[in-house]
Design a protein around this ligand. Structure first.
Ligand SMILES: [Fe+2]
Length: 289
């Protein structure tokens, strides 16, 4: 620890000193053998080798160890827990939308789409409409807020996992809220899915009898001038694995009903001609930079 005492950047000095303290404590506690230590180095090396422009094994590792969720929670702890504006029923939102992990699949820029467009470029899964508003804490709508959305298809795969099978940017869209802060888009009902298990993280899960599944969800990043951005998901109420997400990302306030609708008039309003699922929620942002 003393070897870092002369580090000019005080934060870097703090981080490295603490890292050494905790790593040494771990080694003293567990007393790894030389082969175990070599196995650890091989594991981390393989984690790096598995990562590229379309695969981020280190984020996955951070996710399954609960580190991503811890970092996310620490950095957003001014957010007041609770249902906030979710559900879209409260005319005056009082608490900010809770954040959750970014995940490893936000690796490409979402294409800009118009309100009402579909992000499902395949069209074979159960249709779904997502509506909501972006509001400031207190309930003021935020016109022009940007909503970046990405999700897996109805079989549980992201576009970047299936190049040549799924069209590029399938399941992704960047939307701008209207003058009332409202947004709406069409998509496919998301499905629960396993995180990729063909790399070192999969080996870790297998060795520890852990399942790799995440409950069905849609990812969001919402931004608006003068407000703190939020990175979050909405989770499909009743989805398998909602109680045992492999990456610990579920928060109660983010669980949203995806209500089946079998009403031709409502369907026609969204450009659909049959039954669909409707999810409605508001994203509430905290003022700040
Ligand atoms: Fe995801």
């Amino acid at each position: 620890m003393e070897s870092f005492a002369g580090t000019p950047d005080p934060r870097l000095r703090e981080l490295l000193t603490s890292l050494v303290r905790h790593l040494h404590a771990f080694v003293r506690d567990t007393e790894p053998t030389i082969p175990e230590w070599q196995r650890a180095i091989e594991f981390l090396t393989a984690t790096g080798h598995k990562s590229d422009d379309h695969r981020q094994e280190f984020i996955l590792l951070s996710d399954v160890l609960g580190i991503s969720m811890l970092v996310e929670t620490i950095n957003n702890r001014t957010t007041v827990p609770g249902r906030g504006g979710l559900g879209g029923s409260s005319p005056r939102a009082s608490t900010a939308t809770e954040s959750t992990v970014l995940g490893p699949f936000h690796m490409v820029t979402s294409p800009r789409r118009k309100l009402g467009d579909t992000i499902d470029l395949v069209g074979t899964g159960p249709p779904c409409v997502v509506t909501g508003r972006v509001l400031s804490v207190g309930g003021t709508p935020l016109p022009g807020a940007e909503i970046d959305v990405w999700q897996a298809d109805d079989h549980g795969f992201y576009d970047v996992q299936q190049p040549g099978i799924q069209p590029q940017a399938n399941g992704r869209g960047l939307f701008t809220a209207d003058a009332d802060g409202a947004f709406w888009f069409r998509t496919v009902l998301p499905c629960h899915y396993p995180i990729p298990t063909d790399g070192p993280v999969g080996t870790l899960l297998l060795a520890t009898n852990r399942h790799p599944y995440r409950p069905a969800h849609i990812h969001f990043i919402a931004t608006a001038p003068g407000h703190r951005p939020v990175t979050t998901h909405i989770f499909v109420a009743g989805s398998p694995y909602i109680e045992s997400d492999a990456v610990f990302a579920v928060k109660k306030s983010l669980i949203t009903e995806f209500t089946p609708v079998d009403d031709p008039v409502q369907a026609a309003r969204y450009g659909l001609d049959g039954p669909f699922h409707l999810a409605n929620f508001d994203i509430v942002l905290q003022p700040g930079s």
